[in-house]
Design a protein around this ligand. Structure first.
Ligand SMILES: Nc1ncnc2c1ncn2[C@@H]1O[C@H](COP(=O)(O)OP(=O)(O)OP(=O)(O)O)[C@@H](O)[C@H]1O
Ligand SMILES: [Mg+2]
Length: 243
């Protein structure tokens, strides 16, 4: 199964607010790509353009699956999930009054995923053993890190081909940030899941990303072909490494 996501010259905004300007990125099968940027620089807006929640005012978003190209602009969120592009939204967005398992079951709404619900649930529990132990606990009573695991597992219930993760580290203690990032890395390494991850936490991100982009004021300010290039870039040093 060959997959490629290509974003070309995408601009988007909210009324008079310009959030993205001519953004071009690509993600290939098997990669973990980082989308770095500090607060308000457009990371979530780009993720929302990819998932049909925000409609770009210009540009192209193309998902190629097994040699067939699909234009994602104009498609609705459900249609995009059905194609295998699934997002773990910023701030987790769980149903706090439902149990862990009920939250996971709600993730399996892709028609293809519905048929594989038991298999995918087992995969989630193998990946996150703590969720099996806590499957009857109300999601809202889980710790922040556990809730992030539920949010990622819920996305896995739709058997994604491309997993979009929007700032998984937000609101987590340093130890839980490491554990969460490590899990995302494991999904890529062990199962070949293709990942695009928006993050502000540079040091954690470079542990698992293969390469990355830096968004500044809605534009791609830097694109790296590998991690060394990211670490050695002057702007990245200024933004993240306190240089
Ligand atoms: N619903 C909205 N209405 C108006 N402006 C918005 C809306 N959502 C985002 N914006 C603006 O668009 C810009 C980009 O926001 P976005 O949420 O994409 O940034 P971000 O990089 O994800 O930031 P953060 O790291 O804080 O999540 C900001 O100026 C923000 O205020
Ligand atoms: Mg955001």
């Amino acid at each position: 199964m060959a997959l490629e996501l290509k974003v070309e010259g995408v601009s988007a905004g909210y009324g008079a607010v310009r959030a993205l300007e001519g953004v071009s990125i690509h993600v290939k099968q098997g990669e973990t790509v980082a989308l770095l940027g500090t607060n308000g620089n457009g990371k979530s807006t780009l993720m929302k353009c990819l998932t049909g929640l925000v409609r770009p005012s210009a540009g192209k978003i193309t998902l190629t699956l097994d040699g067939v190209s699909h234009d994602l602009i104009g498609k609705g969120p459900q249609e995009i999930v059905d194609m295998g592009v699934v997002m773990v939204a910023e701030g987790r967005r769980l149903f706090p009054k439902l149990t862990v398992e009920e939250n996971l079951q709600l993730g399996a709404y892709r028609p293809a995923a519905r048929m594989e619900r038991e298999k995918n649930l087992e995969f989630c529990y193998e990946t996150f053993p703590v969720l099996r132990e806590r499957r009857r606990q109300l999601a809202g009573s889980m710790s922040g890190g556990q809730q992030q695991m539920v949010a990622i597992a819920r996305a896995l219930m739709s058997a994604p081909k491309l997993l979009l993760v929007d700032e998984p580290s937000v609101g987590l203690s340093p130890l839980l940030v490491s554990q969460t990032i490590e899990k995302i890395g494991e999904l890529n390494r062990k199962f070949g899941l293709t990942v695009l991850m928006a993050e502000q936490n540079f040091h954690q991100t470079i542990k698992i990303a293969h390469r990355g982009y830096v968004l500044v004021h809605g534009e791609i300010a830097f694109e790296s072909k590998d991690i060394a290039e990211l670490e050695n870039n002057e702007m990245v040093k200024n933004l993240y490494l306190g240089a």
